[in-house]
Design a protein around this ligand. Sequence first.
Ligand code: SF4
Length: 343
Amino acid sequence: MKPVIDIFGLPLEQLTRTLRNDYGKGLFHAEALYREVFKNGGKEIGNAPEFKNSLKLWAALEKAIALVPGKVEETFKAGELVKFITRLSDGLNIESVIIPMTRHNTLCVSSQVGCKMGCRFCQTARMGFKRSLSAAEIVGQVFNARHTLGHDIKNIVFMGMGEPFDNFDAVMTAVRVLNSQKGCDIALRHMTISTCGVVPGIERLARLNYPNIRLAVSINGPEDAIRSALMPVNRRWPLAALKKSLEAYPLPPRGVFLFEYILIKGVNDSMDHARALARFIHPLPVRLNLIPYNPVTGFNHQSPSDEQMHEFAQILTDKGVFVIKRWSRGRSVSAGCGQLGKT
Ligand code: SF4
């Protein structure tokens, strides 16, 4: 019996190889499969012109192709924002969030079930680590958002459950599948990988030389003592090592890093912290997202007042940092930053 074709996890060239080796077909049929699955939702593949006239081939492929993006178990809405829970084949659940933006929808995807990184302000960390997702399970979230739930997704952010660089190979395979113009057609510049600061992951991505993919880094502490208390990853790769890896990173011309900074009242939100953060950032090209802390169980802190947040942002702006204040959306359905894993 021929092996299952797990199409969600196969970059086009790999699918072509499989069709060539096992079915004596090639790129023509691989592209048709990609188009029917990723552009058209995979419901009528047998009626596509490439297969209509090759019924024997389609009969064989129909048995072999796995179209199992995971079952959407539940959806939650907060205004236009939609969080959905996917039940995976082994019964574990993951969460993804569709975020409407001015021009396109963005999908925040999970890369792991749970997370090992233990960031103190994060609900996912409280689940512990269950396992990493396969590339197919990552791509399955995009398929479900588009074809099961019917949302036009143009941007992907790897900012859901898990640390993407702790599942590097599967994430990069998913990127290649999502990027193919014959299928999902999501440009690299519309994909953002967000790390808590796993330096070897940043270095590996640098070596792959995908300059257009966007790199986001969760900072949250402008000094090692604060950052290590909030994010254990900082004990392994402190701020100096993180900065060194970013200085060596091959950004495209006019490219910037996206830095995330969650403001927690009385912990990292003073004016001295703002000045220290500006020093850390200089001279990196950065777009800084300031996000008020979203309360999670077991980490008893609050978000700062709007006034405090404005003052913090002003100090950075005065020092030439490009700052965006993000008022957290999705709090009511636990879809805000750091809240996934609560439902
Ligand atoms: S913030 Fe990200 S890296 Fe940190 S524990 Fe949560 S999911 Fe993991």
